[in-house]
Design a binder for this molecule. Sequence first.
Ligand SMILES: [Zn+2]
Length: 325
Amino acid sequence: MYSGRDEDYYDRRGEAELRRQFRRRLRLKRFLAALILLLGAALICFLLFLLGKGVVSLFKGGGSGSEYVEEAPGVKLEVVDNIYTPEELLRLFGKRADAGTPDNGSESTDTGAITSDVPDDTGAASGTESGTDSGSDGTGEHRLGLIAIDAGHGGMDSGTYNGDVLEKNINLAIALALRDELKSRGYSVYMTREDDTYVGLQKRAEIVNAQDGVLAFVSVHQNAVDSDKNKIYGVEAWTYKRDGCGELAQMVVDHVCEVTGAKNRGAAFKTNLVVTSKTTMPAVLVECGFLSNDEECAKLNSEDYQKLIARGIADAIDEFTASYY
Ligand SMILES: [Zn+2]
């Protein structure tokens, strides 16, 4: 049907068509390769963005899932986050500023008058207080109930340290002393850990939130700085801006310093602490002292001093439960 000439013609035409097809395919391949590269780059950018957000939320805190680990050795602490100004103190604890005056706030209506000789509804409040002589505030009417204690760090997480003194062990010793002190005063106690085990920060908040009627939550920690180690010492209380937290933090730092004679470095609001921001009851994280300071470290490592700290915190719980509830 076809002449030789025609076939030759069609061969040449076919060859040109093949070349065109080949070029088209090449262009398509290049386009696809570029597209894949572009998508890959976009994906990497997106991942970096997520990572960045994660890092930012670490510092901002409050974001879900951020587990802020405080006072990693070598990291200088920012303590001046939100130290109470006198005006703030007045606004927050106006009624407490004149503790003892009968005209204080409406929040204490259920406990009636503040005089200490009226027995508590739940009874046995003052009866169980045997050895403590720190009743200068006259808080004989504190409400008894459940207090949650959190010994910071534990297990694989040692916290900060000075030589072979590990924060997790000091925290636990003070937490156990606090447990005993509170029980002797008639409180029930819930502990997030009672031995050297690791519990995640979110988990701590969750298990404490799951308990019914926790009056207050105290997380026990030790502080550290990276420079000027032996010049920096004292007690700090950190908390979150929620009902009752400011009062509790201020009372804890004040009472611990009163009992131990340690330097009062004040209370501060911190947004990036999981245990105070994710719990639902009045909560405080108390930094009982600086392990990085050799002198304070030696004190914190002694059983007597640990008991003093426990007494100070228990005094604060007494005052808090009497005034807040
Ligand atoms: Zn700690």
